[in-house]
Structures are given as C-alpha cells and as structure tokens.
Design a protein around this ligand. Sequence first.
Ligand SMILES: NC(=O)C1=CN([C@@H]2O[C@H](COP(=O)(O)OP(=O)(O)OC[C@H]3O[C@@H](n4cnc5c(N)ncnc54)[C@H](OP(=O)(O)O)[C@@H]3O)[C@@H](O)[C@H]2O)C=CC1
Ligand SMILES: O=C(O)C1=N[C@H](C(=O)O)C[C@H](O)C1
Length: 242
Amino acid sequence: MRVTVNGSMGKMGATVVEFVKAKDDLTLAGSIDMGDSLADSLASNPADVVVDFTRPEVRMETVRTILFGGAAAVVGTTGFTPNDLEQIRAWVKETGKGCFIAPNFIIGNVLMQQFAKKAAEYYDYAEIIEYHHENKVDFPSGTAVKTAELMCENNKTFNPKTNDQVANVEGARGGDFEGIKLHAVRMPGFVASQEVILGAPGQYLTIRHDSIERTSYMPGVYMASQYIKDRAELVYGLEHIL
Ligand SMILES: NC(=O)C1=CN([C@@H]2O[C@H](COP(=O)(O)OP(=O)(O)OC[C@H]3O[C@@H](n4cnc5c(N)ncnc54)[C@H](OP(=O)(O)O)[C@@H]3O)[C@@H](O)[C@H]2O)C=CC1
Ligand SMILES: O=C(O)C1=N[C@H](C(=O)O)C[C@H](O)C1
C-alpha cells in the first residue's frame, strides 16, 4: 500500500512516517507539511491512502484535495461536524474514493467510548474529563465530543438535578453537551487521557483510558488504511471496523 502522510512534521504525522517506513507492506509515497502542495504530490507520486493529521481549520479542504487527487483518506484531524460529513459523503460518491475519519485511532480508547455508551443507559449523571499535552489547540478533544455523542444516542439527557446556582468562577462547571459536563486539562506530562464518570445514588463508576505514547495510535491507523483503500464509503469512527 502506497501511503502519503499529510502533516508529516507534526507529532502524529512524524510517528506515522516512522511506522510506514518500518512496515514491509507499506511504501512512503509522500511526506507533506505546511507549505508543500498535497495536490502536486498526489499528481506526481500517486498514493493509495493519504493519512492526515494536520489542523481542524483545514480539515474540509484537505479531505477534498485527497479524494479529488485520487486517493483514499484516513483522517485523524479533529473538528468534523454532521454537515461536514454530509458534504464528504457526496465527495466520496462523486470520486469513488473512500474516507475514514476517526476522532481517536486507539483501540483501547474506542473500547472506553463503547463502555461509556453502554453504561450511559443506566446512569443519569455523567461528566467527562480529558487530559492532553499543553500544545493541543482545540478543546474539548474530538474524542470527548464523540464520547458524549455516543452516550446521548437514543435521546438520553443527563444531570437532571444538579443545583448550579452560584458561579464563583464562570465556566467552572465545564462545557455542556446535552447536559454532560466536559472538562479539558492541558499540561506537559500527558499525551492523551480521558475519564468518564457516571453517577447514581450511592455509587459512581469511572471509566478511564491513558495513552502514554503516540505509537498507541498506529494499529488503528493501519487497520483503517487497509479497510478504506478499496472502498468508496465514508466511515466515521474506528468502532465500525472493530
Ligand atoms: N484521531 C486521532 O486519533 C488523533 C487526532 N489528533 C488530531 O490530529 C491533529 C494533529 O495533531 P498533532 O500531530 O498533535 O499536531 P501537530 O501540531 O504536532 O502537527 C500538525 C502538523 O500539520 C502541519 N500542518 C498544519 N496545516 C497544514 C496544512 N494545511 N497542510 C499540511 N500540513 C499542515 C503543522 O505545521 P505547523 O506546525 O507549521 O502548523 C504540523 O507540522 C489535531 O487535530 C489533533 O487533535 C491527534 C492525535 C490523535
Ligand atoms: O491533539 C491530540 O493530541 C489528540 N487529539 C484527538 C482528540 O482531539 O480527540 C485524539 C487524541 O485525544 C489526541
């Protein structure tokens, strides 16, 4: 499989480049970063798959360039909205090229999300705390938002009887997603961790995942690349192929 890495100088992109170089069945077709032309690279060095870890602001332009450049897209960049996904579905149909987007490519993290979704059926109180390195630009993480989306499927709402009347510091209760409170911690020492806390009278349940190295994302990126390279479909979330 010929793989081009977009965002190859970044923390995730550089890890993907090393992974591709080390794997016998993968060939590095291109390494693209800020200032390079992804479209030109795909024209001169065709790829089966482009793996993208860049920035939320350029997510749609990037996916468009990949699909119309004749490659399948494996996208870790965060920030995709339901409207974005509709547009991408149309591009997939038009180009016949597949797109795999996952807010988190770590299998253990995706399992945590599924456990949280299951637990949400039985608990009415829920808060999510995510912990990342200090260089992360977006908050809360795409993973935290995806987790909250999964927990709210079937129109479930949360935290019906908290008594939040007096704010000593604005925002201290966190962001709100359908009642689920989201808290983002940023500091050196963390790669990516997340805790989902679910409460009920007399008990609480904590579900936690910790990533301590970016190599933890590589098995998921590889699985997604293999899956999408010959399929003209849009997949949103690694759970769909686990
Ligand atoms: N789905 C998942 O499992 C994961 C997703 N992520 C997400 O992936 C994204 C990248 O994360 P991370 O690697 O930590 O970030 P980094 O900032 O370390 O890397 C991003 C790289 O992309 C480059 N870049 C920015 N814009 C473009 C562009 N238009 N074309 C090509 N390259 C560009 C940056 O250059 P410059 O520095 O000059 O701007 C930088 O080298 C984020 O959205 C993050 O949330 C991260 C980890 C896992
Ligand atoms: O920026 C990061 O580092 C990460 N971003 C993704 C997110 O926003 O969920 C995935 C992972 O948490 C690491």
